[in-house]
Design a protein around this ligand. Structure first.
Ligand SMILES: *Cc1c(COP(=O)(O)O)cnc(C)c1O
Length: 396
């Protein structure tokens, strides 16, 4: 089947929840991906921060093949080796003590919320409310949608669960004002992704930690987008010297296979007992083998240090671009390879033009061009992107 026929069938057979450009991706290698017609693209959105090793990394592919030949699935009725190895690696890397595996970001955020409430229930306390931030994104399930501070996503599903309270990102006073005895936890992305690459201030994150300690609440960091190397550190919380009680991960964890995890401190983790939570697919052997390969490659190829270097280079290039178009570019926000370029207008139009010129990017929060390239991106590939943007901006 060729492009046109496939797209017609997509319109016929899939629920129309996505606005996609008229090309069908077929094959990728490193930073490059080709559509069915053979057109080549540099991928600067990386499967939305998922393809951190780029496409078809040989070690990732090999790990998936090897595990698929041995054992694809066995359910959580039984132990399997890749799951246990991965849990140990994540605990050793992070500030957490115990892991639960799910299949997606939303699902592990749900789990994080559940365990926070259970933790207090075990102590006989009626704490069940969750504080979240405006412009946050925590997922599309009913509970995580209620914690997602974007009215556009919420409006058609009202009333949402009543236990969620919205506050303002980077405004500690607004959070303080929302706290009462029934609040179990605060959930926050240290770097908001979908919200437009908004970086939390040190005072804010430190203030949240202090507030949680003082008011007997748990602090949940959603590092689904910003975690696992993307910011130039393994976890974004390491920029703040603040540890969460619960940490959620997904996106890049499986190098492209669907897997999520929430990791909690022992005192919290121990409130889950056999039967308290579960999933059929979570911690699937192949997904875990892929995640193990991802974490190994991160270390072997020194990708986190490289991410910091490439981020600095990207920053320099964006600064030059901003100097060239001071009115059109409002702000460049960048940490590691998590990059947002806030522009005056025409975000979606620019995404379209980039695609025509063979570069995949995306636009979020209205007018923020977002770049989440694989951590293997090279300087000359960043140069190419900047050239393309320059050409597009010049004509506007
Ligand atoms: C993508 C994302 C989610 C949701 O993940 P899904 O796998 O799409 O459910 C949650 N939180 C953050 C910060 C994300 O970027």
């Amino acid at each position: 089947m060729k492009t046109k026929e496939l797209i017609e069938n997509e319109k016929e057979y899939l629920m129309q929840t996505y606005n996609r450009p008229a090309m069908v991706l077929n094959k990728g290698e490193g930073m490059k991906v080709w559509d069915l017609e053979g057109k080549q693209y540099y991928d600067f959105i990386g499967g939305i921060a998922v393809n951190a090793l780029g496409y078809s990394h040989p070690k990732l592919v090999q790990a998936i093949k090897d595990q698929a030949e041995k054992l694809i699935h066995c359910s959580n009725l039984y132990y399997s080796e890749p799951q246990i190895i991965l849990a140990q690696m994540l605990v050793e890397l992070s500030c957490g003590d115990k892991v639960f595996f799910g299949n997606s970001g939303a699902e592990v955020n749900e789990g994080a919320i559940k365990i926070a409430v259970k933790y207090f229930k075990d102590q006989g306390k009626d704490k069940h409310k969750i504080i979240y931030m405006k412009n946050s994104f925590h997922g599309r399930t009913i509970a995580t949608l209620a914690a997602t501070g974007k009215y556009k996503y919420q409006k058609d599903y009202l009333p949402l669960l009543p236990k969620f309270k919205e506050t303002i990102f980077n405004d500690l006073e607004s959070v303080k004002a929302a706290v009462d005895d029934q609040v179990a936890a605060i959930i926050v992305e240290p770097i908001q992704g979908e919200g437009g690459i908004n970086i939390a201030s040190k005072e804010f994150i430190e203030g949240l930690r202090e507030l949680c300690n003082k008011k007997d609440m748990l602090l949940i960091f959603d590092e689904i987008q910003c975690g696992l190397g993307r910011t130039g550190k393994v976890f974004a919380y390491q920029y703040y010297n603040v540890e969460p009680d619960i940490l959620t991960l997904a996106k890049s964890l499986g190098g492209g296979l669907p897997i999520g995890a929430f990791i909690a401190k022992e005192k919290v983790a121990s409130s889950f007992k056999p039967g308290d939570h579960g999933t059929t697919f979570g911690g699937n052997p192949v997904a875990c083998a892929a995640a193990n390969a991802y974490l190994k490659v991160l270390q072997e190829e020194n990708l986190i240090a490289k991410c910091q270097e490439k981020g600095e280079y990207f920053k320099k290039k964006l600064k030059e671009l901003k100097e060239k178009y001071p009115k059109f570019i409002k702000e460049a926000r960048i940490i590691g390879l998590m990059v947002g370029l806030e522009i005056e207008k025409d975000g979606p139009e620019i995404v379209k033009k980039c695609l025509e010129k063979g570069v995949l990017i995306n636009c979020t929060a209205g007018n923020v061009l977002r770049f989440l390239p694989p951590l293997i991106v090279k300087e000359e590939e960043i140069d190419y992107l900047i050239e393309v943007l320059d050409k597009i901006f010049k004509k506007l």
